[in-house]
Design a binder for this molecule. Structure first.
Ligand code: ZN
Ligand code: FE
Length: 255
């Protein structure tokens, strides 16, 4: 059975550690720094055999070089990227075997143009989506167009509802605070915010989420609802789903 553990890193990043309970060989996703990974591997007597990278930002790649020197893992990341030290580049539709599970590569441009997500079907289904889909939010548009991010999110939203969603940051509280304004009729959001605050007060991660949960609370996946469209309409254009999405994303930047 595969387990996935968060390694908190930098100020609010999660590096996800994948392991099979019988094997000392593990994989990490998006090691933004090496020290907390090394600390955990040493403490538990594990060795790093694979690194998965979602996109080129330093808070997701900064630990690669040091981890490579120490463990010589196989480093997999997106093609058409500036990331240094990749052993294998992947693109949309590719399949890779990691820790005994098959992962499908899904192109998810928007936050950056090189951004990919990694999806493993099965029980449980797993999605590593970097800075594309967060709990109750989505990444900022640094390189892509709103239409690209909207399409990327639609693709992820169509995955099975019980898929566990492992995003790259602990942004849930700020996202839910925005969601309360962006989706005012949604009764699930105040409850989610309360749960989130309890978890954070005990220093527990609010991730993983699930696709089903995101469909219920993430305003960027709910741009077709009256509640979100109306709230967006008070901030900017809301003529169709993409216009509503674009207005929401811009509104969040100044929220
Ligand atoms: Zn990023
Ligand atoms: Fe990031």
């Amino acid at each position: 059975m595969m387990s996935v553990t968060p390694i908190p890193a930098l100020s609010d990043n999660y590096i996800w550690l994948l392991r099979q309970d019988t094997s000392p060989n593990v994989c990490v996703v998006d090691p933004g720094e090496a020290a907390p990974v090394i600390e955990l591997l040493e403490r538990e007597g594990l060795t790093l055999t694979t690194i998965l990278i979602t996109h080129h930002h330093h808070d997701h790649t900064g630990g690669i070089e040091e981890l490579q020197k120490r463990y010589s893992p196989h480093v997999i990341g997106p093609k058409d990227s500036t990331i240094e030290g990749l052993d294998e580049v992947v693109g949309h539709g590719d399949e890779i075997r990691v820790m005994g599970r098959m992962f499908e590569v899904i192109a998810t441009p928007g936050h950056t143009l090189d951004h990919v997500s990694y999806f493993a079907a099965g029980i449980p289904a797993l999605l590593f989506c970097g800075d594309t889909l967060f709990c109750a939010g989505c990444g900022r548009l640094f390189e892509g167009e709103p239409a690209q991010m909207h399409a990327s999110l639609q693709t992820l939203a169509s995955l099975p509802e019980d898929t566990l969603v492992f995003g790259g940051h602990e942004y849930t509280k700020a996202n839910l605070t925005f969601a309360r304004a962006a989706d005012p009729d949604n009764k699930a959001i105040p409850n989610a915010l309360e749960e989130c605050e309890k978890a954070r007060a005990m220093d527990r991660p609010t991730l993983p989420s699930t696709i089903g949960r995101e469909l219920a609370i993430n305003p960027y996946l709910r741009v077709d609802t009256d509640s979100v469209r109306r709230a967006a309409g008070e901030q900017g254009p809301n003529g169709d789903d993409l216009a509503t999405f674009t207005t929401l994303r811009e509104w969040k930047n100044r929220f």
